[in-house]
Design a binder for this molecule. Structure first.
Ligand code: GLU
Ligand code: MG
Length: 440
């Protein structure tokens, strides 16, 4: 092995890292690799934001978690580990996103005895880049069509091998609705591992595509006239620290969901307008988050309702108790998975703590956009933010989420997001599309 990559995801949702050689690995395992604190105030355009206490002076360490070690099948002489950001004294840095998720996970465990199990469900687009820099989808196949399975078959075959080699268990694959769009889901895992897996997944898809001369993009809206790429988030809470009983299951309920499950919905829906600043956090996210896009645009819930902010997923026959879960539709792959999932857990726990049973008015068996504005208002159904700026306004007003993030992480995150909103609003739509296509 020649290099070991130490990776992290920043406040702009960009995966970054440094690498050491195998000869120096042992000393780096504890000491970590130095990182300027400024990186957490850097946006996705590499513009450095002025944030108090986070500038040219100061350093943290990228300390790898050995449990995340993988040899990279697409670059076999390289390996990867995912990192926490630690202070020079060896404590988790307050701006570290992975430590933020770990705190939420530990809180759910200590306060409610719950182990949170999650799965990210990424969609992505395969394209070729022309000499003029323009991206063209690899095919114009139809939803689930076998032509869509044929065109990227060699790449998908390699991808399945690369997933398997990294112990990322693939559950399902299909060509999705948009041209060149793919969906491959991997098995649920404990929350921290699920977020780690999402980083490994994004790296793997892009690398394998690259090795095939293709560009894989996780941008929420890569092509204006095509369906967007979501990354729906699936969640359940299990009893005890070994997580051996799904607390979301209640066979007596109309949708097989337990009271705790409903409280989670109540919490998530109450915080959803603010949560999207964490789950749909790029300027491009809001081109996807529109009514009638199966991405959700309103604070409502329903059984297998693909236009609702929270879908109660129907159970699998023979696996009823283990398969019941909540699916949060308002989530995409430009998020930092640690912040997105940590935020959702914080919102869900708020629901449990306050016993926020969601009103039946929020329960919809139809597309919420088929109701009139008056009907939605009467039911208390709110539209989700339609821009990153609006979402960040909501986040700033949300005490539960702001407290969970803590002042320093909240401050840097908001500075980065505000700056992205500002930078892109001064540029063209093409620029925005190209930047998101390439960077995510
Ligand atoms: N592509 C849709 C989205 O942006 C999701 C379609 C589906 O339900 O799988 O969320
Ligand atoms: Mg899909």
């Amino acid at each position: 092995m020649k290099q070991i990559r130490f990776l992290y995801c920043d406040n702009g949702g960009i995966i970054r890292g440094k690498a050491c050689s195998s000869q120096t690995l042992s000393e780096r395992m504890h000491g970590g690799i130095g990182l300027t604190v400024a990186m957490q105030a850097m946006n996705s355009l590499d513009e450095l934001m002025p944030v108090e206490g986070i500038g040219a002076v100061g350093e943290v360490r990228l300390v790898p978690d050995p449990r995340t070690f993988r040899i990279l099948p697409y670059t076999p002489r390289a390996a990867v580990m995912l990192c926490d950001m630690m202070t020079l004294e060896g404590r988790p840095w307050e701006v570290c996103p992975r430590s933020f998720l770990r705190q939420q996970v530990e809180q759910a465990q200590s306060e409610f005895g719950q182990t949170i199990i999650a799965a990210f469900e990424p969609e992505w687009s395969l394209a070729r880049r022309g000499l003029d820099g323009a991206y063209t989808a690899i095919d114009d196949s139809l939803c689930f069509s076998t032509i869509g399975m044929m065109t990227p078959a060699a790449m998908i075959d390699d991808l399945l091998g690369a997933m398997e080699a990294q112990n990322l268990k693939v559950e399902l694959y299909h060509p999705e609705l948009a041209h060149g769009q793919q969906e491959m889901s991997i098995s649920p895992a404990r929350a921290l591992e699920a977020a780690d897996n999402q980083i490994l997944y994004r790296e793997t898809v892009r690398s394998v595509a690259w090795n095939h001369g293709l560009i894989a993009s996780f941008a929420p809206k890569p092509f204006l006239n095509q369906a967007g790429n979501g990354c729906h988030l699936h969640l359940s809470a299990w009893a005890g620290d070994r997580g051996d009983r799904n607390l979301f299951y209640d066979p007596a309920d109309r949708f097989s969901l337990s009271e705790i499950g409903y409280y989670f919905i109540g919490g998530i829906l109450e915080h959803l307008p603010a949560l999207v600043a964490l789950t749909c956090p790029s300027v491009n996210s809001y081109r996807r988050l529109q009514p009638q896009s199966w991405s959700s645009a309103f604070t409502c819930y329903g059984p297998d309702n693909r236009e609702a902010g929270v879908r109660i997923a129907s159970t699998l026959k023979g696996k009823e108790s283990s398969s019941i879960n909540l699916e949060i539709k308002a989530s995409d792959n430009t998020n930092n998975p640690y912040l997105a999932l940590g935020g959702i857990i914080a919102a869900g726990m708020d629901g449990v703590r306050r016993k926020l049973y969601p009103s039946d008015n929020l329960l919809l068996l139809v597309d919420p956009s088929s109701l009139s504005e008056e009907e939605r208002q009467a039911r208390g159904i709110k539209a989700l933010p339609t821009s990153l700026g609006q979402a960040v306004d909501e986040l700033e007003k949300d005490k539960v989420l702001m407290d969970a993030l803590g002042p320093q992480l909240a401050k840097t995150y908001i500075a980065v997001k505000r700056s992205e909103e500002k930078s892109y609003s001064a540029r063209t739509t093409d620029y925005e599309l190209n930047q998101h296509f390439y960077k995510y």
